[in-house]
Design a protein around this ligand. Structure first.
Ligand SMILES: Nc1nc2c(ncn2[C@@H]2O[C@H](COP(=O)(O)OP(=O)(O)O)[C@@H](O)[C@H]2O)c(=O)[nH]1
Ligand SMILES: [Mg+2]
Length: 428
């Protein structure tokens, strides 16, 4: 799973990236800080409690385990995640994040990092456009007074760049494509479009959707070889929507007027996206305070609490800083970043979590690790599909699967549910 952060310079992409991946990247109040994309991993809380909760309940009931003690630093969790953590049965799941810089006017024409930038985007499963909800920077990222630029303009600017990029790709083979349509009809059009665009992440389904909407918008299209540039640009916009649906972080919400993102929010939602107001700055401050041991701030929490160390060692200035941060969080309902990512994965990408294990009794892998992996899979994935996402050999040798919660054998084509624990039996 790979999610890209994109947007004009100086909106808070690198701040979001640094906060979410807890890594250090350059952050500055001037344009063009980032040249190459930063790639890192963030850990998002799973929606459902980790299955190690069920293990604990069963063992406590059988008298094999004492109830969780208040000094247990893991809050009762019994699993042993290979990546991420699990505290009080709140399991975190790794997601790759990319801070893709280089959006400048004319990127589709090769300006700035141009096509390299656009290619970086096409590697992502979903894109988050970070916009400056406070309107304090112009379209090139230069600081200007707050409220002097509208966030909706940033959104329109990006979708325009993406659509024009697609238009350029289509145009370069249009004559050849049209010949194919003359020979093969609608099927040829679909094959041509998907062939041209599969390199930037299109699928036949996406192209089909785009074509349906495109035809609904225009009554009298005529034959493709008569389509002029404006019709082809319109087609490119529909393809953009299908291939690069955008979600939006309305960032710097802490200094924006309430409601300054309302019209953009409506627009994004009518385009099938999600908008969440965010404060990347606050998330970064919170992650740092948590890393230093001053506060408890589990990922996705709407606010924080002071730790014992925080209570005893913070100086007055630090305490004041945290107090105002807490007020801000109450006002905004959290920093929004983890909420946005989680909603994209659940609502836009339609992912559920599955836990493959080798031993259906102990829920361990071959080395005795309890519930080692939490995998994000598309809703509708079958048990055999899960086998393939663990390893292609496991998929090729698939014999059957076992639902480790019930002990029942399940067939290759059975669809998984969120939070399933699955043993796969395969020929080796
Ligand atoms: N007030 C406020 N400032 C922010 C926020 N996020 C980032 N900034 C500031 O915006 C500037 C640009 O941030 P940066 O992450 O480098 O932007 P990028 O060019 O999009 O990567 C820096 O001065 C940040 O401190 C936020 O949520 N609120
Ligand atoms: Mg940056």
């Amino acid at each position: 799973m790979r999610i890209g952060l994109v947007g004009k310079p100086n909106v808070g992409k690198s701040t979001s990236f640094a906060a979410l991946t807890e890594s250090s990247v350059e952050i500055a109040n001037y344009p063009f800080t980032t040249i190459d994309p930063n790639v890192g991993v963030t850990f998002l809380p799973a929606d459902s409690p980790c299955p190690c909760l069920s293990l604990r309940e069963k063992r406590e009931k059988d008298g094999r385990l004492e109830a969780t003690s208040s000094v247990d630093l893991r809050g009762g969790s019994l699993c042993d995640p290979r990546t991420g953590t699990c505290i009080a049965h709140c399991r975190t799941i790794p997601v790759t994040l990319v801070d893709v810089a280089g959006l400048v006017p004319g990127a589709h024409d090769g300006k700035g990092r141009g096509n390299q930038f656009l290619n970086d985007l096409s590697q992502c499963d979903a894109l988050i456009q970070v916009v400056d909800a406070s309107g304090g920077t112009d379209i090139e990222g230069n600081p200007i007074g707050p409220g002097s630029c509208k966030p909706i303009e940033e959104y329109e600017f990006l979708i325009e760049e993406l659509a024009m990029w697609i238009h350029g790709i289509l145009d370069s083979g249009w004559i050849r494509g049209v010949r194919r349509v003359q020979a093969e009809g609608e099927r040829g059009l679909l094959t041509y479009l998907n062939g041209q665009l599969s390199g930037i992440g299109s699928t036949e389904n996406a192209v089909m959707n785009a074509l349906d909407n495109f035809r609904n918008e225009h009554n009298d299209l005529g034959v493709p070889w008569d389509w002029d540039t404006s019709i082809r640009i319109s087609l490119s916009h529909h393809l953009r929507r299908a291939i690069f649906p955008l979600c939006v972080a309305a960032n710097k919400a802490d200094v924006a007027d309430a409601g300054s993102w309302d019209s953009l929010s409506k627009r994004v939602e009518s385009d099938g996206g999600i908008l969440v107001p965010t404060s990347a700055d606050s998330e970064l401050a919170l992650r740092r305070a948590a890393k230093s041991g001053f506060i408890h701030y589990p990922p996705g929490a709407q606010n924080f609490t002071l730790t014992e160390q925080g209570e005893s060692s913070l100086n007055d200035a630090q305490r004041k800083g945290l107090e105002s941060l807490s007020e801000r969080l109450n006002r905004l309902g959290g920093t929004g970043l983890v909420e946005l990512l989680s909603r994209i994965i659940r609502e836009r990408l339609d992912r559920i979590v599955a836990y493959p294990v080798q031993d259906e009794g102990h829920w361990t892998d071959g080395d005795g690790r309890v519930l080692p992996d939490a995998l994000l899979v598309k809703r509708g994935t079958t048990s055999k599909g899960l086998a393939y996402s663990v390893h292609s050999d496991l998929g090729d040798g698939f014999i059957r699967a076992v639902d480790a919660r019930t002990g029942r054998v399940i067939g290759a084509e059975q669809e998984l549910s969120d939070n399933d624990v699955i043993k796969i039996v395969a020929k080796t």
